[in-house]
Design a binder for this molecule. Sequence first.
Ligand code: G4P
Length: 193
Amino acid sequence: MANNFPILVDRIKRDGRSLEGGILKVDGFINHQLDPDLLYHMSQEFARRFDPNSYNKILTIEASGIAPAVMLGYLTHKEVVFAKKKKPSTMNNMLVTEVFSFTKNTTYQICVSGEFLSADDKVLFIDDFLANGKAASGILDLVKQAGATLVGMGFLIEKSFQNGGKMLRDLNIHVESLATIASLDNCEITFEK
Ligand code: G4P
């Protein structure tokens, strides 16, 4: 059963658009233009669902995960690290993995410095979308390479008609999604009950 957060559901109903190919357009309030009030409420909800005492670091991936991750980090006073999609020449002790994007049909690398993700860290991963879970799998690999502990994964929007949520929950990962979309067929947005 989905645990939908009413403030986000209402906003998606009002301003979200369903596009061809199972894509939900939310660029007016999540991944291009940002609504800080909405980000604040969503991050408060993450702080309620994941005990802030259980993690010391928030991990995300650039670009769209950064805003909710930083807002949560501000509220809970945790450091935030974002995996980068371009390898910086100056990074020390770089951990790297590959991610396949179904949406963009390309493979890309994400990397994080071992200086900022290490065996001492208890990590909460935050991202905007959970679709096929490829980005999340890449994060699992980086956390494993670092010897860190994953505490949970929080997503603003999960598309339950794609298989990322099932894959992560089958691994016994604590997954929380603030809005779960069951279908985007016929350009209609149907939420999981
Ligand atoms: P996956 O990681 O769950 O397997 O998903 P997928 O490869 O399909 O997603 C890759 C990118 O597409 C991610 O952003 C993800 O946030 C985004 N995405 C997935 N489904 C949707 C959707 O329905 N609507 C929108 N607007 N985006 C979606 P990214 O490439 O990392 O880009 P960004 O973080 O720089 O925005």
